[in-house]
Design a protein around this ligand. Structure first.
Ligand code: SF4
Length: 337
């Protein structure tokens, strides 16, 4: 296998630093904020989970981090990756960073591969697009290495996407995402539309590569059980904002935000087989957000202040960030992350 070492990484500094990220779409009915003031740090080699209901802004945020959103959209804030701000960097610079420093395993592999191009060529195209000039033999070697790294035979490179199963296609997408050995990989619901056994295999492939390459992973999904087994920290998103971000053990042992608590309570348990507890109500429409805390219409712990004032997102305990009035006191660290 080709040498996969890369320059020394400073393990004490975030590899990705996101501050006040906001995404606004312009629709016929006016502007809509799909992501609103999101801030977090991602450490080298960290596995960060990102959960939330459909429409909470998870995938929009992923696309914003990759600068893959197109007009009519505006992205504001700061996304620092290895000294570059992905929000203000000219398109040419962002193109160079995509795949080489930050890459994405997309949702639904079926639609992201080119149906009329052989797999090997699709990997080589990515390497050529983002990795500068290399000779043909080297590119072919790297493409084959990438396939083997995700447990696929080299001969798969000679096939077209329609000749592969869903799980194989998703592995090809993983191979393309890691072919350039990026520092950050965003996996957007990488196992959706796959059956349970294949889901496990695909997740194992991502985790094996994460360990081998020391890459930091943002795993997007809504499966709290999968997150519990997989990630180091979990970020919970609600209506375009972060509700809570905590180490995974802490979040399950003692969730701070009432929404996190309800998400955990909605997990099926062996003890009460057959009883599912859902979260009451629906997420708000992005076109008409409630006043105060966006979760207040559904929150069982809401009190007067919640309807009037939006809580800040603060570090309420060391390494634990939450946006809820229940955790905002004089002692709260006034540090925005
Ligand atoms: Fe519930 Fe109030 Fe906390 Fe919002 S701020 S989550 S409404 S308790």
């Amino acid at each position: 296998m080709t040498d996969r070492t890369r320059p020394e990484t400073d393990l004490t500094r975030p590899v990705l630093s996101v501050r006040d990220l906001a995404v606004q779409y312009y629709t016929d009915d006016g502007p809509v904020r799909a992501v609103n003031g999101v801030s977090f740090d991602l450490m080298p080699g960290e596995k960060l989970g990102l959960v939330g209901e459909s429409g909470s802004g998870k995938s929009t945020m992923a696309l914003a981090l990759m600068r893959l959103l197109r007009a009519p959209t505006t992205i504001t804030g700061e996304v620092m990756l290895d000294g570059d701000d992905l929000i203000t960097l000219p398109e040419r610079g962002v193109r160079q960073l995509r795949s080489s420093k930050i890459s994405m395993i997309p949702q639904g592999a079926m639609n992201s591969l080119n149906p009329v191009t052989k797999i090997e060529k699709q990997i080589i195209d990515t390497l050529e697009d983002h990795g500068g000039r290399r000779d043909k033999r080297e590119l072919l070697g790297l493409a084959r290495d990438a396939l083997e790294s995700v447990g696929l035979r080299r001969s798969v490179g000679k096939m077209y996407p329609h000749e592969l199963s869903g799980g194989m296609k998703q592995r090809v997408c993983i191979a393309i995402a890691v072919a350039m050995q990026p520092q950050v990989v965003i996996a957007d619901e990488p196992t959706s539309a796959l059956d349970v056994v294949v889901q496990r295999q695909v997740m194992d492939t991502i985790l094996k590569l994460q360990e081998e390459l020391g890459v930091a992973v943002i795993l997007i999904g809504h499966d709290m059980g999968l997150m519990a087994q997989t990630v180091d920290r979990l970020a919970v998103m609600y209506a375009g904002k972060l509700a809570e971000l905590s180490p995974i053990h802490d979040i399950f042992a003692d969730p701070l935000h009432p929404y996190t608590e309800l998400l955990i309570e909605s997990l099926p348990k062996l003890a009460d087989r057959g009883t599912f507890r859902g979260i009451p109500g629906l997420p708000p429409s992005l076109r008409s957000m409630p006043s105060g805390c966006l979760f207040h219409p559904r929150c069982p712990k809401a009190f007067d202040l919640c309807t009037e004032l939006a809580p800040d997102y603060l570090e309420s305990e060391p390494s634990r960030f939450v946006a809820c009035h229940l955790h905002q006191s004089q002692e709260s660290h006034a540090v925005r992350r």
